[in-house]
Design a protein around this ligand. Structure first.
Ligand SMILES: [Zn+2]
Length: 417
C-alpha cells in the first residue's frame, strides 16, 4: 500500500519543524502529495517575550506565496499558537470557539498579538475536516487550556495521532479517556512529554487542589491567591473551595470577561453574577480596555474599603494593584500561588511582599500535563506502532518508558510515513 501510494506521488511525510527536544514552539507538518497541513504554530517559551523566531517553513509566512493548505491549533497557549502573527492571512486556521475567543479577544487585553485579520475557521471537538485526501478529526482532551484538542489524522493508509498538550488529572479526564479510545492502534502517536524533565513525578488532581485550598480558605485570614484567569479548571477549583467555606471570591473585570468568553462551553460554566462572586475594578489596563462591560459588571462591584472592613470574609484573586494595596493595610494574609512555580522569580510581586513581611508563600498547583505514569498509561492503551517524542526536553527517556517503538525525528527532518 505504502509503495503504491509512493508510486502515485501520494507519499506522506512528517516534519517536526520545532518541538523534537524542547517544550513549546511546536510546529508539525503532515504532507501528502502536494497537500501540506500544519499542526500547531507556536513560539518557543523563551521566545514569547521578544521577536518571533521563525523556523524555516516554505509557503507559510506573510511575504510567501501560501503553500500550506491549513493549520490546526490544539489549544490557546502561545507556545502552540504564538507564531500565527507571522502567517499568511489566506491560510485557513482551524481551532475551537474557546481557543478563538482566548487568542483573538482575551489575550490581547494583556498583550497585543497582531493576530487579527487571519482566516480563522471554528471547529468543534468531534468534528472531522477533509482536506484533499487527508481526514483530520479534532478530539477534546483534558489540559489546562479550556476546550483543548488532539488530532486524529487519516492519510488513506495510515493513522497519525497528535496528542497536543494532555493530562488526565482534571475534572474532564473523561475527555482524555475518550481520546484514548478513539486513537487505539494508531500507526503513529506524536506524544508530548513536558513533565519528563521535571522533578515532581506525580500530578495531583484538580479536585485535590480544591481540597487543599479549603484548608487555607477556612482560616481566619485574608486569602490572596494568584492563578491564571485563562485556566478555567483552576478557577472552578478556587470557586468551589470559596463556596465550601461560604466566603466571597473577589475577581477583576479581566477574569469576569474570561468567564464570559468560556460561556460557549455550556451553561455550567460559572459567570460573574453567580453566587459568592464580587468584582473589584482594579484601576489597570485591562479594566480600562473593558470599560464597555463595566456597566454590566457594576451589579457585583465591591470597593476596597468594603473588603478591608471584614477581610477574612474574602478570597481575593491577586493582581498587582490589589496585592500592593492590601499589604498597606494588613499583614494577616495567606499568600497562595496556584500557578507554575517557575513564575516565582525575584520579579514576582508575591516574592517581594512575602520577603518584606516574612510570609511563606503556599504553592498549591498541579500541572496541565500528564505525569510519567499517565503518559505510560496513554501510550499503553493506545498501543501505536510508533511513538514520536514532541514538546519535551527529555526525548531520550521515551525508550525506557514506552519501549522500543520510538521514532526520533530531529527538528526540520522530513520522515516518510
Ligand atoms: Zn498547553
Amino acid at each position: 500500500m505504502e509503495q503504491l501510494a509512493n508510486s502515485l506521488g501520494n507519499a506522506t511525510y512528517l516534519t517536526l519543524y520545532r518541538g523534537s527536544d524542547q517544550i513549546g514552539g511546536t510546529c508539525i507538518e503532515i504532507k501528502q502529495g502536494t497537500t501540506r497541513i500544519l499542526f500547531d504554530c507556536g513560539l518557543p517559551l523563551e521566545g514569547t517575550q521578544g521577536e518571533p523566531c521563525r523556523p524555516k517553513i516554505s509557503g507559510l509566512y506573510k511575504e510567501d506565496t501560501p503553500d500550506i493548505k491549513a493549520i490546526f491549533i490544539t489549544h490557546a497557549h502561545p507556545d502552540h499558537y504564538g507564531l500565527l502573527s507571522e502567517v499568511h492571512p489566506q491560510i485557513p486556521i482551524y481551532l475551537t470557539q474557546t481557543a478563538f475567543n482566548i487568542i483573538t479577544e482575551l489575550s490581547p487585553l494583556v498583550k497585543p498579538n497582531n493576530i487579527g485579520g487571519l482566516n480563522f475557521k471554528i471547529i468543534k471537538n468531534g468534528q472531522t475536516v477533509k482536506i484533499n485526501s487527508l481526514n483530520i478529526k479534532a478530539v477534546g482532551t483534558d489540559h489546562s487550556a479550556p476546550d483543548s484538542s488532539a488530532y486524529i489524522i487519516k492519510t488513506g493508509c495510515k493513522t497519525v495521532v497528535y496528542s497536543g498538550d494532555i493530562r488526565r488529572n482534571g475534572r474532564i479526564a473523561f475527555k482524555t479517556d475518550d481520546f484514548i479510545k478513539q486513537s487505539k492502534n494508531a500507526d503513529y502517536l506524536i506524544l508530548e512529554g513536558t513533565t519528563l524533565s521535571r522533578k515532581r513525578k506525580t500530578s495531583a488532581s484538580e479536585e485535590n487542589i480544591s481540597l487543599k485550598l479549603i484548608r487555607y480558605f477556612e482560616q481566619n485570614k485574608i486569602n490572596l491567591i494568584a492563578f491564571s484567569s485563562q485556566n478555567l479548571e483552576r478557577f472552578i477549583s478556587v470557586y468551589k473551595a470559596t463556596r465550601t467555606v461560604n466566603k466571597i471570591l473577589v475577581i477583576d473585570p479581566y477574569t469576569a470577561a474570561a468567564l464570559e468568553y468560556f460561556k460557549c462551553l455550556g451553561i455550567n460554566i460559572p459567570q460573574y453574577n453567580w453566587r459568592n462572586i464580587r468584582i473589584l475594578f482594579a484601576p489597570n489596563k485591562q479594566t480600562n480596555l473593558l470599560r464597555d462591560k463595566l456597566k454590566k459588571h457594576s451589579v457585583r462591584k465591591i470597593s476596597f474599603d468594603e473588603i478591608i472592613s471584614a477581610p477574612q470574609k474574602y478570597i481575593l484573586k491577586a493582581n498587582f494593584y490589589l496585592t500592593k494595596k492590601l499589604f498597606n493595610h494588613t499583614k494577616n494574609v495567606n499568600l497562595i500561588h496556584s500557578m507554575w512555580k517557575g513564575y516565582l522569580t525575584q520579579k514576582s510581586i508575591f516574592v517581594k511582599y512575602a520577603k518584606q513581611n516574612n510570609i511563606k508563600i503556599k504553592q498549591i498547583h498541579t500541572s496541565g500535563h500528564a505525569d510519567t505514569k499517565t503518559l505510560q498509561y496513554i501510550a499503553a492503551e493506545i498501543s501505536p506502532k510508533k511513538i514520536i517524542p514532541v514538546h519535551t526536553q527529555s526525548p531520550q527517556k521515551y525508550e525506557r518508558l514506552f519501549g522500543n517503538k520510538i521514532l526520533f525525528i530531529k527538528d526540520g527532518e522530513a520522515v516518510s510515513l
